[in-house]
Each structure stands twice: as structure tokens, then as C-alpha cells.
Write a protein that binds this ligand. Structure first.
Ligand code: MF3
Ligand code: CO
Length: 262
């Protein structure tokens, strides 16, 4: 987080809009999950996501996104398969039985944003991959459980890291969660690691995208020549989950969770 950049507190009206956007994000992600089957290409999933946005009058904050002068992101969806951690670009790759895939999807409506990701199995997968997916999902939930007023920012990452390292997994440090609202990426950065009890105090009205990225092996990352696809340096499997979460007086409210979603 840039020094002096404050964490926005969303108004009641802004929260209402973010709830709607979160609902749309969850709905479309659920539809995409159903379609991630053996033989389907990742480009097909992206085309489906683009149509789902259009049908609802929504736009994509991913398409054309170009932070710091990198090549503009060319799709509305990130599809990261097996050793790909995040930001996999959809293309002609066909999914195969036994793959795992992270579907990472963002929605924009009237200048406001939602962001969520889920890692799923393509057909049957082995027990190691299953355990990685389950652990990463639990790590997300344990991070979210820390989002209560009065806690500090680093309590989130600490909880995520503890859950993942208990299994001997590597927690990616090169990419982090983030504030979200009027922009897809707002302050603060929300790392998935760290000592507890540090950083700003959490307050009702703050909204963060929490997104653990967990590798079976080393946490080290390599970015491919396409300037986006992040893969594990050691080729090990990686999982990624994300939710957009509002802090309320009564604790966390997961804006991108609906019946049936992660
Ligand atoms: N959900 C990811 C994030 O929070 C994806 C954004 S990268 C993009 O960073 F290029 F796809 F937009
Ligand atoms: Co995000």
C-alpha cells in the first residue's frame, strides 16, 4: 500500500451495489464451474464468461487491464491449470481428466467491482490434488474469519499462512489480496503470510479481496513470456481461491458467496 493511501470505508449505498455485484460474480463463476469439463478449452470458458457479463449488462475489469505497462490482459477470465498459479490466459488448451483449474473472475458495474476465484477438479483427480484444494479453501475461510472489527490487517494473512504451512505447502508471496470497490485493486495489500497483530485496525465498511495461492512445493514463482501466466518455479501443483468480503459489526460478510458456491 502506498504510504498515506487510506483504506476506503464504503457507504450504505455503495455496499448495496457491491452486494449486487458480488452476487453476479458468484452466479457466473458457478456457471463456469459446471462447464469446466474434459475436452473443453479454456477459451470456451472465457467466451462463456464474456457472454454472461453481456447478458446482464456488466463489464469486465480484467479485459485490457495493464498495470505498470505490461501487455493488456486479453480476456475476461483467468484460467490457471495445474502448476499455473494465477493469471493464466484462456486459449486453445483443452482441459483433461485429472487437471485442476483456478477460475478467477471479476465484474464491474457502474464503476464498482467484484472479484472471486475458485479451484476445481476436472473429472477425477488424485488425493494429493484434492488435499491441496481443500487446504487452500480452508486457508481462505480462516483468513476471512479474522475479518472482524478491531483485529489488525496482518491477522488475516497469518491465519492463511498457518493453515497452509501446517501441511508443508508453500504460500505464494509475490501476489497478494487487495482492497476493492471503486477500483479492482485498492489499498491495502493483503498478503497471505505474516506475523499477527500488525498493520491498520479493521473497521466496518472495509471491503477486501482475500486470495490465497498455495503450492504443494516451493512458494517460488516464475512468470511466462506472455507477461501474465504465473507458474510454480518447481512445477508443483498450485491452488487459488478468492472472495470479496465486507467487514461488518457482526463480522465478515462474503459478498461473492451464494448457495452452492465455494
Ligand atoms: N483476480 C485477480 C487479481 O485480483 C485478477 C486480476 S488480473 C487481470 O489480481 F489481469 F486478470 F485482471
Ligand atoms: Co483479486
Amino acid at each position: 500500500m502506498a504510504i498515506g493511501e487510506r483504506i476506503a470505508i464504503k457507504s450504505r449505498r455503495e455496499i448495496e451495489l457491491m452486494r449486487d455485484i458480488g452476487h453476479f460474480t458468484a452466479e457466473i463463476l458457478l456457471e463456469l464451474r459446471e462447464r469446466a469439463r474434459p475436452g473443453v478449452t479454456t477459451a470456451t470458458l472465457d467466451e462463456y464468461a464474456a457472454r454472461a457479463l453481456e447478458k446482464r449488462g456488466l463489464t469486465s475489469p480484467f479485459l485490457g487491464y495493464a498495470p505498470g505497462g505490461v501487455a493488456p490482459y486479453p480476456a475476461v477470465l483467468c484460467t490457471s491449470v495445474n502448476d499455473e498459479i494465477v493469471h493464466g490466459i484462456p486459449g486453445p488448451r483443452e482441459l483433461r481428466e485429472g487437471d485442476i483449474i483456478s477460475l478467477d473472475f471479476g465484474v464491474e458495474l457502474r464503476g464498482w467491482h467484484g472479484d472471486s476465484a475458485v479451484t476445481i477438479a476436472v473429472g477425477g483427480i488424485d488425493s494429493e490434488a484434492k488435499k491441496l484444494i481443500e487446504t487452500t479453501h480452508e486457508a481462505l475461510d480462516e483468513g476471512i474469519a479474522q475479518m472482524v472489527p478491531g483485529n489488525r490487517l496482518s491477522d488475516i494473512g497469518h491465519a492463511v499462512e498457518c493453515r497452509a504451512t501446517k501441511e508443508g505447502y508453500g504460500v505464494v508471496e509475490q501476489f497478494v489480496g487487495h482492497g476493492i470497490g471503486r477500483r479492482m485493486h485498492e489499498p491495502p495489500q493483503v498478503p497471505n503470510y505474516g506475523r499477527p497483530g500488525r498493520g491498520p485496525r479493521l473497521k466496518p465498511g472495509m471491503v477486501f479481496a482475500i486470495e490465497p495461492m498455495v503450492n504443494i512445493g516451493s512458494e517460488r514463482v516464475r512468470v511466462l513470456d506472455d507477461e501474465w501466466t504465473a507458474v510454480t518455479a518447481d512445477g508443483s501443483l498450485s491452488a487459488h481461491f478468492e472472495h470479496t468480503v465486507l467487514i461488518t459489526d457482526n463480522g465478515p460478510e462474503v459478498l461473492t458467496r451464494i448457495e452452492g458456491s465455494h
